[in-house]
Design a protein around this ligand. Structure first.
Ligand SMILES: [Zn+2]
Length: 178
């Protein structure tokens, strides 16, 4: 039943009036998460330990840290196809405020870090991006965490924040994958 292997749909993506609503991810099993990664990345992949406890309805993308702390994994569905990327976190960026390039939260520099990903088709190409330092964008846009500095959001509603996050994730994944 449901969608073909490797495909994920967001539940409730269109609301009653056709507007985008801010629901989360369809729950994934471990083998679906594994299948989202390239063969090369599967060699370093460690699945999250608590898959059955993940609150899928509260997240736009799945992210977790490798147990050895060396790399981050992100699973998301650009173009309605599930993909996983392996990111490395560089140093946090100092004290001056910065904006997350995914969720647009402006935060103190120690809560925004540069993450680097290798291009899927050409590993010599790396792409860097400044993102919430624990890849915890969903916590900020869904009101579970607050920036450590006073900020103004250009995206006043949850729907708009999720839409913006998805647009930016789409761009990032497409640039890293194709
Ligand atoms: Zn963010």
């Amino acid at each position: 039943m449901g969608s073909p292997c490797g495909t994920i749909m967001f539940r409730g993506e269109l609301g009653d009036k056709g507007n985008v609503v801010a629901e989360g991810m369809k729950p994934l099993a471990g083998d679906e998460i594994t299948a989202a990664f390239s063969k090369r990345d599967r060699k370093v992949l460690k699945l999250p330990r608590n898959i059955t406890e993940i609150e899928w309805e509260k997240i736009t993308y799945l992210s977790w840290l490798h147990p050895d702390g060396s790399k981050w994994f992100v699973v998301y569905n650009p173009l309605d196809e599930l993909h996983g990327l392996v990111l490395e976190k560089m140093e946090t960026t100092g004290s001056s405020a910065k904006q997350c390039s995914w969720c647009a939260t402006t935060n103190a520099g120690d809560r925004i870090a540069q993450f680097v990903v290798r291009h899927a088709l050409n590993r010599s190409i790396t792409m860097g991006t400044y993102v919430c330092s624990s890849l915890d964008c969903d916590d900020y846009i869904r009101g579970r965490k607050f920036p450590s500095i006073a900020t103004f959001s250009s995206y006043p509603t949850l729907e708009k924040r999720v839409k913006n996050l998805r647009d930016n994730l789409d761009n990032f994944f497409i640039r890293a994958l194709f």
